[in-house]
Design a protein around this ligand. Structure first.
Ligand SMILES: Cc1ncc(COP(=O)(O)O)c(C=O)c1O
Length: 500
């Protein structure tokens, strides 16, 4: 059970703050019930979930498992057994408040009743039947994703013009289902390559019948951005310009070109007539919650059009409601929109699935047999995803994400002033994909641990950043508790690091 620490009656004596640094009262989201002064919360100074306090049975199990498990993750020593909403419980029933959301996956929270019901029902009907036959749900999910894109904005369809954007079956967009984010990007990279071969040929042949003109190898380069993350297969990894991921596995796939996010001046040099595609996250997640700005995306779109390259947005972490819009790019003007969007993580609330959403002009160059998958688009995961997309595309759901995100962000925004030695600046990101920058990486690692030892799970990302990607159903009270615990952890670290 969650055990609230013994109340500490007084707030810690604070070092005197120079009047120039003193904070005005922090602005609150209107529905909040708590008033904040310019003081950090001290309710959680005492750890309740110490990492080193590992029960014997857990020690034995972990030892047994580690003897046979490839060790690619540094995990704390507890075993999670169940969850509900934003709460997780370990095998000893200790409660954790989960602000990691399965790394931005569990959009509807853990053990959602609607998802559970559908899983059970579909498991009794049909789980898998291969892609050689139609099933009831794959096409319905594709229809829903296209319909919601047209209704809510994205992929060239402006937000707020649902009545003019048309219906899904009027054409314009197509979907291919995969099993993960990596596979969605891998597929998108293949589609981009094939388009490049034929697009060049088609342009040369002045409108020759689609696919008839001979392919060329002149247009095969793919541009992607430093600090981006697109996955760990050889193709997706080749687009992931981070040394720690790439170096151990070099040589990678040829033809990938690095560029710098938000460097408009660098675009023309990176994106040339040889470029078949550009892949970018509208908000770099693993890289540190770094947003691509609107002007940059507009310039990228323009340059892709000039050279006949496809623009791919990897919305695997930031898409499907996380920013408070259906697509992260959906709230931007259409001259910032892509030709392809890749998605995965929240699509079926944790049941593995991914998808590639593309314009018809991309779909037109992909022929039967060009690409395939055993598991992609099967009835179990597509039916769950249909349920998830129906719920997270509801305007009330999206506005909840924006409201709680704004509240969380406003609380985090006070921390650079409260903890100037530790916190490097205001939070980055939108909606419920937020990152708080720190002054040192060891502070980030320590804060993640101090919060975990107080029963709150958060993640690190990129350079010196703590990441907040909870379930999208998270309440304002849960956000409040998360920041209260963070403040207590910061106070603890501030005292520890006095001598650092
Ligand atoms: C933006 C982005 N792209 C791709 C991936 C890879 O997805 P997956 O782990 O499902 O293969 C991730 C995973 O973190 C991601 O955040």
């Amino acid at each position: 059970m969650w055990s609230r620490p013994v109340a500490i009656p007084t707030r810690l004596p604070r070092r005197p703050t120079p009047s120039s640094l003193r904070l005005p009262k922090i602005a609150l989201a209107p529905s909040s019930t708590r008033l904040y002064a310019n003081k950090a919360c001290t309710d959680y100074l005492t750890p309740t979930h110490l990492d080193d306090n590992v029960p014997l049975d857990v020690q034995h199990k972990l030892k047994r498992h580690s003897a046979v498990t490839l060790n690619t993750y540094a995990r704390p020593h507890f075993i999670l057994a169940r969850g509900k909403g934003c709460k997780l419980y370990d095998t000893h029933d200790r409660e954790f408040l989960d602000f990691s959301g399965g790394i931005a996956v569990n959009a509807l929270g853990h053990a959602d009743d609607g998802v559970a019901k559908i899983l059970q029902d579909q498991a009794r009907k049909l789980v898998h039947n291969s892609n050689l036959w139609h099933n009831e749900w794959s096409g319905e999910l594709a229809y829903l994703v296209v319909q919601k894109t047209k209704e809510l904005g994205g992929m060239g369809y402006p937000a707020g013009q649902a009545d003019q954007n048309g219906q899904a079956d009027e054409g314009g967009l197509k979907v291919f289902f995969t099993n993960s984010g990596t596979e969605s990007n891998e597929g998108a990279l293949k589609f981009v390559r094939k388009y490049g071969k034929y697009a060049a040929a088609l342009r040369n042949a002045h409108g020759a019948e689609k696919g008839v003109a001979a392919p060329t190898d002149e247009k095969v380069e793919i541009v992607s951005f430093r600090d981006g993350f697109h996955g760990r297969s050889m193709g997706a990894l080749s687009a992931t310009w981070q040394d720690k991921y790439q170096a151990p596995f070099a040589p990678l796939v040829p033809g990938f070109v690095p560029a710098t996010l938000n460097d408009i001046d660098g675009i023309n040099q990176a994106v040339t007539e040889k470029t078949c595609g550009v892949i970018v996250e509208p908000i770099q997640g693993e890289g540190g919650i770094l947003e691509a700005n609107e002007d940059f995306l507009r310039a990228l779109r323009k340059r892709c059009d000039e050279v006949g390259a496809l623009l791919v947005y990897d919305e695997i972490q930031c898409g499907l409601g996380r920013t408070g819009s259906f697509w992260a790019h959906g709230s931007m003007p259409v001259d910032c929109h892509p030709d392809i969007v890749t998605m995965a993580k929240p699509l079926a609330n944790g049941i593995p699935i991914g998808a590639i959403l593309m314009k018809d002009k991309v779909a037109d160059v992909i022929k039967i047999g060009d690409h395939g998958t055993t598991f992609g688009g099967q009835p179990l995961q597509t039916r769950v995803a249909h349920h998830v997309v129906s719920r997270l595309s509801a305007p009330s759901f999206l506005s909840h994400v924006s409201t709680v995100g704004t509240y969380l962000s406003s609380r985090l925004a006070a921390l650079p002033t409260l903890f100037p030695r530790l916190v490097a600046g205001p939070p980055r990101g939108r909606g419920l994909i937020l990152g708080l920058p720190f002054k040192r990486d060891e502070y980030v690692q320590r804060i993640v641990k101090l919060m975990r030892e107080r029963g709150v799970l958060v993640l690190s990302c990129g350079k010196m950043t703590v990441r907040f990607v909870p379930s999208l159903t998270v309440s304002e009270e849960e956000a409040e508790k998360c920041v209260d615990v963070l403040e207590s952890a910061l106070l603890t670290l501030d005292r520890e690091s006095e001598g650092i």
